[in-house]
Design a binder for this molecule. Structure first.
Ligand code: TXA
Ligand code: MG
Length: 317
């Protein structure tokens, strides 16, 4: 069924057919996952991968995450090690991406993995993404559906705001439940977190019975995409603020709302809920015409670690 946007569609059997046809023909589409909306295309097709990079304005050195239905589909392309198997069992399908060795005979196009011999692999949980992945004969290369350095989209309308009519199919799956990107964990040697997410370091350490390192806060050893300038709402962002300047939008945690310039991420101080509201509130503030965002202190634990990572990068833009 169509709505007021010419390229946003509610998902149903007929649209699934149309989606598969589009993907088989090398087209790139917008679709929901439980984390954020993605810009998906055939990971084996050079044409599709080139389109994704071009639409996003993404540097060719930044590899894409490859999305699969399940472990049986992924084993064709990547080497599955013991850490992967434990984490897969515990968290998949779900909001976690694994960096694994690419198989020599892998069909993933080298442009998708930016020429690296490793691949970021994810098994999304959202039912729309899963119904598509189950039916197609290739995995989906799928970055977040935003232009490079901008905020990830958490609704079909957000995807429209990013690309307008440059893509002809955006599947509407409602607002993303998690609202920030998946945790990226590098499993090539000792497991380390490249990008924090709602599956945090302590949950991964507990599952693997190991001490886990972060590498997202080191200059070297970082994921190619973890640029310092990222997640930008397009206006200045100031973090760790304790005093409102009287005119900026002020993002905070909790109930005490002084006036219309105040935006709470979670009234109950729930950090998962706060993460899920962050990008939505960034976009809302921008739409309301504010010129600057101030953000109060966010506790650096659980999902707060991922929130602090994203807002720090937003403040560098
Ligand atoms: O939640 C998500 O992961 C979303 C949804 C759509 O699945 N996708 C997403 O993709 O956030 P993207 O392209 O916006 O971010 C992918 C991150 C980048 O930081 C990239 O550098 C990193 O994963 N990455 C991908 N492949 C990698 C590899 N082989 N080695 C290291 N980092 C990699
Ligand atoms: Mg992204």
């Amino acid at each position: 069924m169509k709505n007021s946007y010419s390229n946003i569609f509610t998902f149903n059997k007929k649209i699934l057919k149309k989606t598969i046809k589009n993907l088989n023909n090398g087209k790139v589409i917008g679709l929901p996952t439980e984390t954020v909306y993605g810009l998906g295309g055939n990971a084996y097709s050079k044409k599709s991968i080139q389109k994704i990079f071009k639409l996003k304005g993404r540097p060719k050195t930044n590899p894409l995450i490859i999305h699969y239905y399940n472990i049986n589909y992924a084993k064709e392309d990547v080497v599955l090690n013991k850490y992967f198997k434990k984490l897969y069992k515990k968290f998949c399908p779900g909001p976690i991406t694994f960096i694994l060795k690419k198989k020599k005979n892998s069909k993933i196009h080298s442009y998708a993995s930016a020429g690296l011999n490793t691949v970021g692999v994810r098994f999304p949980k959202h039912k729309v993404a899963r119904s598509i992945l189950k039916e197609i004969k290739f995995p989906l290369a799928m970055p977040s559906a935003n232009r490079s350095t901008r905020v990830s989209p958490v609704s079909a309308e957000d995807v429209y705001d990013e690309f307008k009519e440059k893509i002809n199919l955006i599947l509407n799956g409602g607002k993303c439940k998690i609202g920030i990107e998946s945790t990226v964990v590098d499993l090539i040697n000792d497991p380390k977190i490249l990008r924090p997410g709602i599956i945090d370091k302590s949950k991964i350490a507990k599952t693997l019975k190991l001490k886990i390192n972060n590498s997202y806060d080191q200059k070297k050893n970082r994921s190619p995409g973890m640029m310092e300038k990222h997640y930008s709402p397009g206006i200045p962002v100031l973090i760790n603020q304790n005093k409102h300047d009287g005119k900026s939008a002020f993002i905070y945690l909790g109930k005490k709302c002084r006036n219309k310039n105040f935006f709470s991420l979670s009234k109950n101080l729930d950090l998962d809920e706060a993460a899920s509201n962050l990008y939505k509130i960034f976009r809302l503030i921008k739409k309301k015409g504010y010129r600057k965002i101030q953000i109060g202190k966010i506790p650096n634990k659980g999902s707060g670690i991922a929130i602090n990572d994203r807002i720090r990068r937003a403040s560098n833009s």
